[in-house]
Write a new protein. Structure first.
Length: 163
């Protein structure tokens, strides 16, 4: 793994089983507007947020209570010149037990500082994993994108720039 790939780590008190189920509940922590299946090997789903970001993901590795890997099949950012950003990237969630807690290591392989979207994506992924997924795991309630409403400060900034 390249050290420049975006990674964030989360420790929670819940079991690997609870964590695995929450990760696969993508509507519960990323966006209520996910279309498609998000739980089994070879499932494909679409994410979209307004006319700012959309992507298509495929689950290419699913090891219950241990690991989930998505492959980015398609991606669109309204705000980037390079329309290939994210395409072919892998996004992994590695689950392990560490000091009687469950650890999630989230890595967006290929999300590097040279990307136009890096700062926005870094902040958005950090918020989704640390806050929304963490909350879903700990309380049963995440903070996903609501239909038509910006989720992060960066998304709100982008929305205001569009107007």
């Amino acid at each position: 793994m390249s050290t420049s790939d975006f990674t964030t780590t989360l420790l929670v008190d819940q079991t690997p089983e609870v964590v695995f189920k929450a990760i696969n509940n993508v509507r519960g922590w990323w966006s209520e507007e996910i279309e498609g299946d998000t739980e089994k090997l070879n499932d494909e789903f679409n994410y979209h947020f307004e006319d700012i970001h959309s992507c298509k993901m495929k689950l290419i590795e699913v090891i219950p209570n241990q690991k989930v890997v998505w492959l980015v099949l398609e991606n669109y950012f309204k705000f980037t010149t390079d329309k290939t950003e994210w395409i072919g990237n892998k996004i992994s969630f590695e689950i392990s037990v560490k000091d009687s807690k469950t650890q999630i290591v989230f890595t967006h392989h290929g999300l590097v500082p040279a990307y136009e979207c890096y700062n926005i994506c870094h902040d958005a992924w950090t918020s989704y994993i640390q806050n929304s997924l963490g909350s879903l795991i700990s309380t049963g309630e995440g903070q996903p994108n609501r239909a038509g409403k910006p989720r992060t400060a960066d998304e709100e900034r982008l929305m205001s720039e569009e107007k």
